[in-house]
Ligand binder design. Sequence first.
Ligand SMILES: [Zn+2]
Length: 127
Amino acid sequence: MSLTVGEMDKHVQSIADKNQIVIHRSLNRLSRSYSIRASEEIYIAPIRSVLSYATALHELGHQLGPHQRSSHVLVREKAAWKWAKKSALLWSPRMQEYAEAAIEWYEENHRNIDMRGRLYSSVVEPL
Ligand SMILES: [Zn+2]
């Protein structure tokens, strides 16, 4: 099974519409994607590949997935990726690798982020 970028974008938008989440597609880099829970907005790059699709779903996972009120960033990140994978119409090996690399980055950096997290509520994704 494969999807066009149009189908991936439509899927992401339909989830957002159902849950009244606003999507901003204005970023240049995937790695700068983020989610603001308080205002129910996500900031992503335009969906042009399975990786930007995975990232968009991951950011929606920060809005809609479980454990997002955890004070531990690693818990929030793993849960958001799990939600993304479960919600995706397709989950390819590249998407899986990308998710694993993101989680690995957080495994190395979560202590510092948790400390900073007491000051800032949103986290910029690392990849
Ligand atoms: Zn994340």
